[in-house]
Write a protein that binds this ligand. Structure first.
Ligand code: GLU
Length: 438
């Protein structure tokens, strides 16, 4: 295990990462932070601390392929902040995973947890791999070795991983089992997003989509509108995109388009989302895609983002809405289901054009909120009914959505800047109350 503490000394993290990468996701994330920090008059010393990750770990993961060969993949765990509690955030399995991306994602988790007032810091992990081409046995071996490599730095009071793109409840079960075996101690609270039978929480699978639906409803209410007949386009048909589309349709919205990484489908009269979900689940090939779903027009992912609609939900990956395509987006509300789907340049254009963006750290915080409930349930050994989970989720999101909305109004800033401001204030409060061990 090789640990890189912080980034190269003598400069800001974003500056260093920007020289190392053509376009740094972490650098873009820092741009958002800087805008909020300027509105808060943040002390430069505090700003320096908050723009550096606490710990970045890079590991090599040897694992055996089904044909007997040994492969070595690269994995990461970044613990961005512990100011408010144990680090918290998912593990991503994707071919595009880099240290820069994982750092940005851990950075966002810090503000996401703070904006909904959870007692967590921020973290994220990842392995550069394509899980679609690995068998279940290969995924299990890869996951167990990854978990074993980071075992000293994760735990219910240290850092609590969860699913993200390319991982799921089964992945978390393998992590939990590996840690419990090595520690000789049943440790369900080391990860969240687990299957129910080993200490998962009811409502966790749907939580991010449910949270996104609540955030959209809350925004519409502020505008004196409801979801009924709102035309929605959703990019991404994984856990976040598909559940959001389903719940939004149940609330009366018309889902005019959905897409996955291979392309999308469009029907201005509305797509039968549950049929599309059943179609994808039933697909037996490794692609598990919407391709071939009948009764809707086939479109590209680029076209999906530019569809005539009222609400756009980018729920795939980073950097989808850019200065290049922002001018062609027709939606007047963008609810960020993904982390970092809008580049800072595009964000500025949307704000000038009067488009309301419900920022990722608030819009997709439902997942980690129910992860918090799961962690609390594991520690209590007492499990809640689903209606209680959903009720508490709604309470947390609405309360903090209102706080962000009011701050945005008071200070005439975007919802994104207000969300960062609220989150930064909370993190700084914890940091200063603890005192800086320097
Ligand atoms: N991966 C999810 C996110 O980006 C969930 C993280 C968690 O539950 O810890 O918010």
């Amino acid at each position: 295990m090789s640990t890189v503490a912080g980034i190269t000394p003598g400069g800001t993290a974003s500056a260093n990462l920007k020289t190392a990468h053509e376009a740094s996701v972490f650098g873009e994330a820092i741009d958002y932070f800087n805008e909020a920090a300027a509105n808060l008059d943040l002390d430069p010393n505090i700003k320096r601390i908050l723009t550096h990750p606490s710990r970045q770990v890079i590991i090599s993961i040897p694992f055996q392929r089904d044909n007997g060969d040994l492969d070595v993949y690269t994995g990461y765990r970044v613990q961005y902040s512990f100011a408010r509690g144990p680090a918290k955030g998912g593990i991503r399995y994707h071919p595009g995973v880099t240290l820069d991306e994982v750092t940005a994602l851990a950075f966002w988790m810090t503000w996401k947890c703070a904006v909904v007032d959870l007692p967590f810091g921020g973290g994220k992990g990842g392995v550069t791999c394509d899980p679609r081409v690995l068998s279940d046995h290969e995924l299990e071996r890869l996951t167990r070795r990854y978990a074993a490599e980071i075992i000293e730095i994760i735990g219910p009071d240290k850092d609590v991983p969860a699913p993200d793109i390319g991982t799921n409840a089964q992945t978390m079960a393998w992590v939990m089992d590996t840690v419990s075996m090595h520690m000789r101690s049943h440790t369900p609270g080391v990860v969240t997003g687990k299957p129910l039978c080993i200490g998962g929480s009811r409502g966790r699978v749907e939580a991010t989509g449910r949270g996104l639906t609540i955030a959209i409803q809350a925004a519409l209410e502020k505008m004196g509108k409801t979801l009924a007949r709102q035309r929605v386009a959703v990019q991404g048909f994984g856990n976040v995109g598909s559940v959001s589309a389903k719940l939004l349709a149940q609330q009366g919205a018309i889902i005019v388009g959905v897409s996955d990484q291979f392309g999308g489908i469009y029907d201005k009269r509305g797509i039968d989302v549950e049929a599309a979900m059943a179609y994808v689940t039933a697909a037996t090939n490794e692609k598990r895609t919407l391709e071939g779903f009948s009764g809707a027009e086939r479109i590209t992912n680029e076209e999906l983002l530019e569809l005539p609609c009222d609400i756009l939900v980018p729920a795939a990956i980073e950097d989808q809405l850019t200065v290049e395509n922002a001018g062609r987006v027709k939606a007047h509300i963008i609810a960020e289901g993904a982390n970092g789907p809008t580049t800072p340049g595009a964000d500025g254009l949307f704000s000038q054009a009067g488009v309301t963006i419900i920022p990722d750290i608030l819009a997709n915080a439902g997942g980690v909120t129910v992860s918090y409930f799961e962690w609390a349930q594991d520690r209590m050994g007492y499990y809640w009914r689903e209606s209680l989970v959903n009720e508490r989720l709604e309470e947390v999101l609405r309360e903090n959505f209102d706080a962000v909305w009011s701050l945005a109004q008071q200070r005439s800033v975007t919802l994104r800047t207000a969300a960062y401001m609220l989150a930064i204030r909370r993190v700084v409060d914890s940091l200063l109350t603890r005192g800086i061990y320097a």
